[in-house]
Design a protein around this ligand. Structure first.
Ligand code: TRP
Length: 335
């Protein structure tokens, strides 16, 4: 059985970089096959998001909105398990058990902990424990594969170490997961600062295209994208980062190779590059916006999708947790 698990932060937003870089791929990968040899779980990790400052009044909306954006992007709840982390208690329960395996020293050394904790006058235990919760997410489902970006490499290594140590201490119980580093479909850069990737923390909103931007705003942002004065359409990210970024976006949005795109623009100027890119992005995003509007009009349906995702997730986690309780010597609760 091949089981894929990935966690998504509940930012409540999705930009073109997220969509073209990663989400579109999950959507097309159609994990649950009829033979049931393969299954994928996508978990909106609200408990992880509580480790940094957040606004409680907006939190539930952010969590739900993240799920809605994934659904609008085409994630099919019939083909994967989409659910919210806090809806399945195995995550927190297993975190406690793994807390007794993980060491303070290894958690303190995590680079993300050092970065996020730096300069804070008080650091919560939750922030320190973040990687253990992530290990629990993965290990509670007998996960075999975890698709991650490079920034999560160290956390995954820790999850593997914890699983190995657990098995050593309590006998073979946990499946030791492997990371996979999906090839990024497109590396989308900030439109105003093409040296940096398009990200939520970018300094200007003008540099990123949000999935919810109206078509006119998308066109405006693309038309104001930074280019250069070379007046030549070349894919050359070092010397022409702005132009190359637009070529990259246009290629991804039209499912063409970089070569096909540059060839198609032969002899034309930056104006043509920008208007073609704007048109392509708008036609790519419009159907997603239409689906999002349908979901917005039917929050009950969103709730039902997430509730049935949680039921399925729990069905998978239950026997794993039972095995873990028994291996660790916890007294069974008799019926
Ligand atoms: N820490 C991951 C991130 O910030 C999110 C995450 C939480 C995750 N649990 C996970 C990713 C389990 C993969 C598997 O991106």
């Amino acid at each position: 059985m091949n089981r894929v698990f990935s966690g998504i932060q509940p930012t409540g937003e999705m930009h073109l970089g997220n969509y073209l870089g990663a989400v579109r791929r999950w959507v097309s990968e159609a994990p649950i096959r009829p033979d049931n040899r393969s299954e994928a779980l996508y978990c909106v990790v609200d408990l992880h998001a509580m480790t940094v400052a957040y606004e409680p009044a907006e939190f539930a909306d952010r969590t739900r909105r993240t799920a809605m954006l994934l659904l609008a992007a085409g994630l099919d709840p019939e083909r994967c398990v989409l659910f919210v982390q806090s809806h399945v208690s195995a995550h927190t329960e297993l975190t406690w058990i793994l807390n007794c395996i993980a060491t303070y020293g290894e958690l303190r050394r995590m680079t993300q902990f050092k970065d996020k904790g730096q300069g804070q006058e008080s650091v919560s235990v939750g922030l320190l424990d973040y990687p253990v919760l992530m290990a629990a997410d993965i290990l509670a489902y007998d996960t075999t594969e975890v698709p991650i970006g490079d920034d999560q490499r160290q956390h995954l290594e820790l999850a593997r170490d914890i699983a190995i140590r657990f098995n050593h201490r309590f006998g073979e119980t946990l499946i030791v997961p492997k990371p996979t580093f999906p090839e990024v479909a497109a590396r989308v850069k900030d439109l105003q600062n093409p040296a940096a990737k398009m990200s939520k923390s970018a300094n200007s909103e003008a540099g990123q295209i949000l999935l919810v931007d109206p078509p006119s705003r998308i066109a405006k942002k693309i038309k104001s994208a930074v280019t250069d004065s070379l007046a030549a359409i070349n894919y050359d990210p070092i010397n022409q980062p702005g132009v190359s970024n637009l070529i990259e976006i246009l290629s991804a949005a039209t499912d063409q190779t970089i070569e096909q795109t540059t060839l198609g623009l032969h002899g034309q100027g930056y104006g043509a590059l920008k208007s073609q890119t704007a048109d392509a992005v708008v036609s790519l995003i419009e159907p997603l916006q239409a689906r999002l509007a349908e979901l917005e009009a039917d929050l009950g349906e969103v709730g039902r999708i997430l509730a049935s995702g949680a039921v399925r997730a729990q069905e998978i986690a239950d026997p794993v947790m039972e095995r873990i309780r028994s291996a660790t010597g916890l007294l069974p609760r008799l019926p």
